[in-house]
Design a protein around this ligand. Sequence first.
Ligand code: ZN
Length: 105
Amino acid sequence: MLRPILHLGLHIIVPGTMAKLLFSDRWKTAWMWMMSAMIIDLDHLLTNPIYDPNRCGINFHPMHSLPAIAVYALLAAIPKTRLVGFGLLIHIILDGMDCVWMNVI
Ligand SMILES: [Zn+2]
């Protein structure tokens, strides 16, 4: 029960911390753009159950697949889409960490 709450908290705290560290002069805007990456979790609506705390989303949900992650890396490399790209990659890394924790905790 603690893991899903911690995971959700990290989805808010990590982009905020990265925004403060990397974009201190406009961290609120950077944080908002990075948080917009949460929209990829709409792909959970395609599954039944929508949320399963014991399911690893990486390579299960379409927006969490390797081709999608490659697009996120591309977005992070383009200056105009960098903030969204960073947010998407942070999201994927946090989801990946959750998959690892799933087997540990
Ligand atoms: Zn996700």
